[in-house]
Design a protein around this ligand. Structure first.
Ligand code: KG4
Ligand code: ZN
Length: 358
């Protein structure tokens, strides 16, 4: 494929972002348009699947058109379409998949069905852009590559020997790290989406104020974040002098600002250390040539600092606009599907896979 230009349009709709990106040759970011229905969910404290699905229906066509225009492309320039077919909310995935299937048929383009979680990792292959305001990685990751996935739905470690040749080392057995951030945010009364708000408040707190437990897992590389969430709840109840019968929604009104900040900082430290500890074990066992991080929580400064302290490797991070859900990561992975001659999907039959694993 060297020397041949491959331009892929990637469609992502697995949660509350309707996102479309255009990527050339797996490394050149040409557009990245994200429409989020997050503000509509904020009043409910989390994503409402029906609202997300309806928002995707309204946004999908305009976002595709905007992504093409921003990439200075017409459909003639697009060589293939890639779409997230899982994992995610089924009603949300359906809109992206049906749009991609329809376009693949009427525009006569090959269609690639892409795994959302692997897409987060492949955002790290973007090294150049025609767009303003992006801080791009200097070079593409080398194999073997250790991938750390930290998002609202996933916490995973995987080792890639080559494109499409990877082993999942471990994953969360219950909540994902982003989900734990969001739940802790709720306990201390911070608005949805919680992760960014917890990390902001943590800056005012003492991260050694409280000792929260790290889960011990049977699987060397597995995670669990539900225990720490419950520990935060008990800690908050204790701090206001109440027992476990106090409903969690009454807590935030009773905690003072310093207590909230100390809880945020203590939780964030332990959650980040949990990821970094396991990443170090994997680094020592597999001696990767590169380590990459993907997913919304990759934006977290404490996690970045913690990994820098723990690993004997300096990680190149993604631009914040490429950490959370986006279409560019799907387009980037789609390019590799095409360039590495992976099987295309049948546009007449491709189904969603809400519980898709790696
Ligand atoms: O990758 P993503 O956009 O969606 C999923 O695939 O889940 O990740 C969203 C998650 C949410 O849980 C959000 O609270 C968390 O990423 N998040 C953060 C930060 N920014 C987003 N968590 C901690 N610190 C942040 N700065
Ligand atoms: Zn995601």
């Amino acid at each position: 494929m060297l020397g041949t230009r491959m331009i892929v349009l990637g469609i992502e709709s697995s949660c509350d972002e309707t996102a479309v990106g255009v990527v050339q040759d797996g490394h050149m970011l040409r557009s990245n348009i994200v429409a989020s229905s997050m503000s509509l969910h904020a009043q409910y404290g989390g994503v409402v699947p029906e609202i997300a699905a309806r928002s995707h229906i309204e946004a999908i066509i305009p976002v595709i058109e905007e992504a093409l225009a921003a990439a200075k492309c017409t459909w003639n320039d697009i060589d293939a379409i890639a779409v997230t077919y899982g994992a995610g909310l089924n009603g949300s995935l359906l809109i992206g998949v049906l749009a991609a299937r329809t376009l693949a048929i009427i525009k006569r383009k090959p269609l690639y069905a892409v795994n959302h979680v692997i897409g987060h990792i492949y955002a790290n292959f973007l090294t150049q852009t025609t767009l303003k305001g992006y801080q791009m990685r200097r070079q593409q990751p080398e194999f073997p590559m250790l991938g750390i996935i930290v998002s609202g739905g996933h916490s995973q470690l995987a080792i890639w020997r080559n494109h499409f040749d990877y082993t999942l080392l471990g994953q969360t057995q219950d909540d994902a790290i982003g989900e734990a951030f969001d739940k802790v945010a709720k306990i201390i009364g911070l608005p949805y989406p919680g992760g960014i708000n917890v990390s902001r408040l943590a800056q005012q707190g003492n991260r050694d104020a409280f000792q929260l437990p790290k889960a011990r897992m049977a699987g060397k590389y597995d995670f669990s974040f539900s225990g720490i969430k419950t520990a935060v709840l008990r800690l908050a109840q204790e701090q206001v002098g109440k027992d476990y019968s106090l409903p969690s929604y009454e807590l935030s009104g009773l905690l003072n600002e310093q207590q909230k900040a100390d809880i945020a900082a203590s939780f964030q430290r332990v959650a980040c250390e949990t990821i970094a500890d396991k990443a170090l074990l994997a680094y020592q066992e597999f001696v990767p040539k590169s380590v990459v991080v993907g997913g919304g929580v990759a934006a977290n400064t404490e996690l970045r600092e913690c990994l820098a302290r723990t690993l004997p490797y300096s990680i190149e991070y993604l631009d914040l606009k490429l950490c959370g859900d986006n279409g560019a990561m799907i387009a980037a992975l789609g390019c590799f599907h095409a360039m590495e001659q992976q099987a295309t999907a049948n546009p007449y039959t491709l189904e969603t896979a809400p519980n898709l694993s790696m």
